[in-house]
Design a protein around this ligand. Structure first.
Ligand code: CMP
Length: 138
């Protein structure tokens, strides 16, 4: 069993497609073991995306991610990290395959509707960034 962090980003929450995205997650056999809505400050978004601090899109990304509330969730399942990334689709919706969340909902490479941990190392930074142990259903 593996755990990964999922974020439903401001563009998707704002357009009211949270329920549709959560249904796809559960429909794919991933178990939601923690979930909440929160509005990150700019500094909190910077801390979350620290690994991208030197990238040219960092400033715009962290302004966007702190612009409106997001849904953060912990997903659990066998190979949950890959499973969730496959369901999300490519970072750029132009490259995303049919049937993926980004193909269906993303607006552009920044407003790409969802985030998922890209490795076990990322998941072990990202999950405790938002959730303490007592908030995760065992
Ligand atoms: P995410 O999977 O959350 O990881 C980093 C985010 O940066 C990415 O999704 C996009 O929202 C955003 N982003 C904006 N421009 C780029 C880019 N050129 N390459 C990768 N990510 C980008």
């Amino acid at each position: 069993m593996e755990r990964t962090l999922a974020i439903i980003k401001p563009d998707a929450v704002e357009r009211g497609v949270t329920g549709k995205i959560l249904a796809k997650i559960e429909g794919d056999g991933l178990k939601i073991v923690a979930i909440k809505m929160l509005h990150m400050s700019k500094g909190e978004a910077e801390g979350f995306y620290m690994v991208h601090a030197k990238r040219p899109f960092f400033e715009s990304l962290t302004i966007y991610m702190s612009s409106l509330p997001v849904i953060v969730a912990v997903l659990e399942g066998e190979k949950a990290i890959k499973k969730w990334r496959d369901l999300m689709g490519a970072t750029n919706p132009k490259d995303a395959s049919a049937g993926t969340i980004r193909k269906e909902f993303a607006i552009d490479i920044e407003r790409n509707s969802v985030h998922g941990s890209d490795s076990p190392e990322s998941a072990s930074y990202e999950i405790p960034y938002f959730f303490s142990n007592i908030e995760i259903f065992f």
